[in-house]
Write a protein that binds this ligand. Sequence first.
Ligand SMILES: *Cc1c(COP(=O)(O)O)cnc(C)c1O
Length: 379
Amino acid sequence: MRCRVSEQICIPYGRQSVDEADIQAVVDVLRSGWLTTGPAIESFEKAVANFVEGAHAVAVSSGTAALHAAMYAIGIGSGDEVIVPPMTFVSTANAVIFQGGTPVFSDVRAEDLLIDPLLIEEKITSRTKAIIAVDYADQPCDYKALRKIADKHGIYLLSDACHSLGATYQGRPCGGLADLTVFSFHPVKPITTAEGGMVVTNSAEFAERLYRFRTHGITTDHWQRSEQAAWRYDMVDLGYNYRMSDIHAALGMSQLMKISDWISRRQKVASAYDLAFSGSVIAPLRCRDEVSHAYHLYVVRVPNREAVFKRLRSKGIGCNVHYLPVYLHSYYQQRLGLPPGHCAHAEAAYAEILTLPIFPGLTCEQQQRVTSALLEIIQ
Ligand SMILES: *Cc1c(COP(=O)(O)O)cnc(C)c1O
């Protein structure tokens, strides 16, 4: 992220870690002859599926492409409704619209900003096809309660786990908790491929649809045709070019090896923040006992957020705000026209939330600068 203060003293809110092994992995692909849709994709898909305990993983070009592909896999089309939380990145809701559906915003809980299972049922209509749960900040949603609702109404449960690779819910990793789970590998996310995404599912049928969607709706890819020495292919449905390259996949594979160390480091940073802010008006979001929170984001509520944000930024601290409730963006105002107050908890939280720097390479000295700057501003 950019910073107006000199690079040396700027602390971003999130930052990738790239080492020599990552660089070597990328160079190896460049020398191998297979730049895309080759063996590195399959290895990376298998490794992620294994890590998150899902049966199938399909790599795509971004988290947004992964969400779009998931909407296609469950057959979202014109007139269909999909329940989403407002406290998320815009692409969770955009993906519903890509396929002609309508996102229906259902409020989050005040304490952890996760979609509130108690409020979902009143949003369900005969057109509702799915719920997308967003593991905000890296904390898994209440999958047990969500599954109950989905099963009761015969709709799909999807997980936008773009924040939560490596987090667990009741001892199980995010990846096998929903019918389809979506990950992003953007540089600020838990691991990076520069740009990239993945959909994980236990359904072979969904996996088949995902493979097809990422390559123009064609039933075999270049690699498979080359293996089978065949030229014939058939386009059976409208798809996109959402493929990930082997260069990206090799970087992702190398990054994945380090994720456990990185999560411990993030958890240590989070505990240090918790400790520093205890007894102050700076209020971290609640973390439930039944989850292992991997802290993609560290979010606090503060009074006078706008002023605090500006003063921290002026001190070279790259704090951020996640997120403006999606339906308040101009596009959504024009399209859906939902009035202010539509999701009261999300809007109230939006006025107070601040994301503080957290990433594996954040040094203790940098973290101390953040905490003392914030405590000083708040006084
Ligand atoms: C980052 C993110 C996305 C989109 O991922 P990209 O790889 O940037 O397309 C979707 N949902 C959430 C919650 C995200 O944080």
